[in-house]
Design a protein around this ligand. Sequence first.
Ligand SMILES: Cc1cc2nc3c(=O)[nH]c(=O)nc-3n(C[C@H](O)[C@H](O)[C@H](O)COP(=O)(O)OP(=O)(O)OC[C@H]3O[C@@H](n4cnc5c(N)ncnc54)[C@H](O)[C@@H]3O)c2cc1C
Length: 348
Amino acid sequence: MRFYICEKREEVKPFKIGIIGAGPAGLAAAGYLACRGYEVHVYDKMPEGGGMVAFGIPEARIPIRAVREGVEALEQLGVQFHFRTKVVYDSPKELGDEWAEHFVSIEKLLSEFDALIIATGAWKPRKLKVPGIGLPGVYDALSLLHSIKMARIGYYSWERIPDLKGKHLVVIGAGYTAVDVAMEGRLLGAEKITMVYRRSLEHSYAKAEIRKLIAEGVEFIEHATPVRILGEEKVEGVEFAKTKIVGGNVVTTDEHFVIDADVVAYAIGQLPTSPIKEIVCASEKVLEEAGIFFAGDVVTPRNIGTAIREGRAVAERIEEWLLRKAPRRVFPVAMTGRLIAEVLSGKC
Ligand SMILES: Cc1cc2nc3c(=O)[nH]c(=O)nc-3n(C[C@H](O)[C@H](O)[C@H](O)COP(=O)(O)OP(=O)(O)OC[C@H]3O[C@@H](n4cnc5c(N)ncnc54)[C@H](O)[C@@H]3O)c2cc1C
């Protein structure tokens, strides 16, 4: 998997760029900038590069070998990687943090680099807020997929992974994550898989993949949303309310039904995980003046192609910005935080 193709590395340029996040966005930016002759350092809390492609997307769809080849090509281009290194400011605890052995403050990076790219993705699953969500056997699909992938590529023991053999897996959602957890469910021997979505199949951007799953025997129920997880000691079922679409919005009805379940995985979206939470909502112009740029899912969760395009586009913008020799106003993060607060003006 190639994140950037460099025909010929240009002569060395006297600027250093720091990139936080070695997912497709950060790697595409790193490739472009290294190819243009800049010194590039990439920081990632995980033990190797690839981001969600390496540590979330199932091995059966994108093998780790392909991701590793892409990262190695960037190493050969001169990109310097700092793995197991989390960049912190006000970062709360997030998925994957257990891998970080080193912690670097964003202030330190701001003082060391001429520009910083934040490409930290969206590693926080949106929580399903219904009664019974804490019952054993209920998982957020992102964390479950992450664990399964870590087991498949040898970082976790399979003992950590719930046994799905012969079980009825109920998947809530209809995006990539929902599709992948259903697919892994099949591979791990689930006897029955039911996907439930609050809109119609046509509304899902993963409808082609879902049609394939349906053809393989996965049940797909449209127009229903969970209202309660049922069970005493562990999950035994899910109560759903039927939904209808009114003026483009999902409205729940009084019509309820129950689906029995042994395991429930919900995939109702992911939230951006920037080391500076508020920064995502702040004015891009103000941040650019401070030398901070963003790319990929940390802006809005989307897909690999968009992350790669954005990574490259941001790298081109940085180059333009550096070459204009704009007098860089290096704001310490506390100052950046204040600026951001001013910019927010109630918007976030
Ligand atoms: C289950 C699943 C399936 C998907 N399937 C598809 C698909 O089929 N097709 C498709 O196009 N897209 C798919 N996507 C979406 C795709 O994976 C993302 O859009 C893409 O990976 C975003 O790239 P990114 O570089 O912005 O972020 P990420 O890939 O999320 O990478 C961000 C990186 O930042 C690191 N990081 C985060 N915070 C810090 C910090 N504070 N310090 C240091 N490092 C940090 C993380 O460890 C991670 O390596 C899927 C996503 C998921 C979750």
